[in-house]
Design a protein around this ligand. Structure first.
Ligand code: UD1
Ligand code: UDP
Length: 364
């Protein structure tokens, strides 16, 4: 008989990857995990593929809420999660990262006086126009147990006065590192993406693009597309494209010369990361994964939450202008930073999280 029930709320692609690592660790504890999928991401290649490949326990509840404005999406999720809280009566609710599903889970729980556990707490871009920054700041503030991946994240919470709140902050390392280490061993045997796309190891650039600030601003989107088009003349650029960006590119009739493919599963993504020569992205997760696979990264934004990557010379913030992207590319290809540093832990963040949750719940 498991002695405490944790309700995990997830809904977007990066959360499946983070949850996969933590769920594996929770299986080795006395905690029962019940998963709620909000439905925020719903295409097979944005959702189910991760459950299948990564053996994530199937969601017990599916809310099927997606493709709405921020308020409508978050509001409906809160209502749906609240109903599940009434029936499941968990000891705690666990949320990951910074999406609308994260905030909805945290708000539904705290209003029912259910403790909130936030995995990937303390990250900040200091740009409150980003929906993710709003989600992170608010989620952290209502959480009781905050798991920080980096020293910078712990410091951000201290700067905001969290030390004076009745909460617990634990520096664990990054669960995405745990996931990359574990699943790469499987990916090597299962992925055929390089052969399928006829890609030569070390001879292509991997790019992703989906951030609202880029897709919803025509000038920025055009600049990034132009930058990638020009880069593609020097080195093939492969882009597994988020459905949001695909829709916008179609609407804006932009000429694309680089190689767009459907979003890929995690195994294929790990093989692309392992074999590319450089990563260009506005994704949060991919910036770290570039580092895990010892690849330089160009970030298509003006700021990042993963400041240690920029400070260490692994990541260049290039923004959206083609000449800045090309300049960053030249610089990154000639730069050889020391990738042996251990910025994101030892691959045991999920174990640390599982133990800390047990300790937290057993003392109540
Ligand atoms: C969300 C997160 C973002 C995260 C990203 C990961 C918020 C505010 N944003 O952004 O932080 O980096 O997920 O990928 O929570 N769509 C599909 N099929 C899908 C999923 C989405 O067509 O499977 C379409 C939706 O219909 C919608 C658009 O993409 O029109 C945007 O989806 P949404 O979940 O609102 O935001 P993301 O850009 O995916
Ligand atoms: N990812 C994937 N397939 C793709 C694109 C991304 O498996 O086609 C993985 C990627 O390797 C990382 C996670 O999804 O683990 C990042 O998610 P995303 O970029 O959507 O969100 P963010 O990290 O920006 O919130």
């Amino acid at each position: 008989m498991k002695n405490h029930k944790i309700l995990t709320v997830l809904g977007a692609r990066p959360q499946f990857i983070k949850a996969a690592a933590v769920s594996r660790a929770l299986l080795r504890t006395d905690l029962e995990e019940i998963i709620v999928h909000t439905g925020q991401h719903f295409d097979e290649k944005m959702s189910e593929v991760f459950f299948r490949e990564m053996d994530i326990p199937m969601p017990a509840h599916r809310l099927e809420i997606h493709s709405l404005t921020h308020g409508a999406m978050t509001g409906r999720m809160i209502e749906g999660i609240e109903n599940i809280l009434f029936s499941e009566k968990p000891s705690a609710v666990m949320v990951f990262g910074d999406t609308n599903s994260t905030l909805a889970g945290a708000l539904a729980a705290v209003k029912q006086h259910v403790p909130v556990i936030h995995v990937e707490a303390g990250l900040r871009s200091f740009n409150m126009r980003m929906p993710e920054e709003v989600n992170r700041v608010l989620t952290d503030r209502v959480s009781s147990l905050l798991f920080c991946p980096t020293d910078a994240a712990v410091q951000n919470l201290k700067n905001e006065g969290f030390e004076h709140f009745p909460i617990k902050i634990v520096r664990t390392g990054d669960v995405m590192y745990d996931a990359a280490l574990y699943y790469f061993q499987k990916a090597k045997h299962h992925s055929t993406i390089l052969q399928k796309l006829r890609l030569e190891p070390g001879k292509f650039a991997l790019a992703t693009l989906h951030r609202q600030e880029n897709t919803d601003n025509p000038e920025r989107l055009k600049g990034i597309v132009e930058g990638l088009n020009q880069l593609h003349k020097q080195k093939p650029v492969v882009v597994p494209l988020h459905p949001r960006t695909r829709k916008t590119l179609e609407n804006q009739n932009l000429t694309v010369d680089f190689h767009i493919i459907e979003p890929v599963g995690y195994f294929d993504m790990l093989m692309l990361l392992h074999n590319c020569s450089i990563v260009l992205t506005d994704s949060g997760g991919l910036q770290k994964e570039a580092f895990f696979f010892k690849k330089p990264c160009i970030t298509l934004r003006e700021e990042t939450e993963w400041v240690e990557l920029v400070e260490g010379g692994y990541n260049t913030l290039a923004g959206w202008q083609p000449q800045h992207i090309l300049h960053a590319f030249e610089k990154s290809m000639s730069n050889q930073p020391d990738f042996s540093k251990n910025l994101y832990g030892q691959g045991d963040a999920s174990e640390k999280i599982a133990s800390a949750i047990q300790e937290f719940l057993l003392k109540d």
